[in-house]
Design a protein around this ligand. Sequence first.
Ligand code: ADP
Ligand code: MG
Length: 237
Amino acid sequence: MPVITFANTKGGAGKTTAVLLLATELARTGHRVTILDADPQLWISHWAELSGTVHNLSVISHVTMASLETHIRENRANTDCFIIDLPGTKNPLLTMALGISDHVLIPVQGSAMDARGAAEVLEHIEFLNRKMGMKIDHSVVLTRVNAMVNTRSLLLVKALLAQKNVRVLDTPIAERAAFRDIFDYGGTLAGLDCHKVSNIDKALENARHFTNEVMRLMPVRVVRSGRDLKSFARKAA
Ligand SMILES: Nc1ncnc2c1ncn2[C@@H]1O[C@H](COP(=O)(O)OP(=O)(O)O)[C@@H](O)[C@H]1O
Ligand SMILES: [Mg+2]
């Protein structure tokens, strides 16, 4: 039952979008997912309202520091993977979410400006390790990457992170209309209307690769404890 948190103290980094891609892809492949919506702007909760029932996926709204652990405890038995969507600010909830996560994903857009909110999360993870001996596994995922080109600023961000020994996922999340439209139409990528939204197949493929890579990063102990996550462990081997 892994807990995965998406964190970046800057709004607009692509956290919520990445949460939804991972959650819907895991649900599509048979995993029971609970999204903990801890962003007061409630983007995921609005998406859930618009979507109606999505098989294998539930969303808990208004998650606070006080309620986070209770939600996890109460839903542990019926969840294969928890995904936490955090607000774009630095607050005590960030510390708590980082502390209970099996993996923290830090979305970074391919521009130096956006790397600042990520740097803040990385520093916080380092701080928790130094002061409290907490080893929090984490990776950066590049988001809103132009599917065609590797821009100069993107390469710069990658080089900076490599210098700091920060893991960057091989699969970036591309800039795609489908990733935006899913919030307007509700439902999943596979359910979008191909007459209204372009390149749904490419968006699905991107979500699939991203999800597979994230699952390969899960510690084996966690993967083994998940009901259906065993298949990912086999793939990763
Ligand atoms: N991969 C993407 N492709 C297209 N639009 C994106 C993508 N990622 C984010 N966006 C858009 O960028 C804006 C901010 O993204 P969001 O996921 O809400 O970031 P955050 O949760 O970090 O504030 C939203 O309008 C969203 O639709
Ligand atoms: Mg958000």
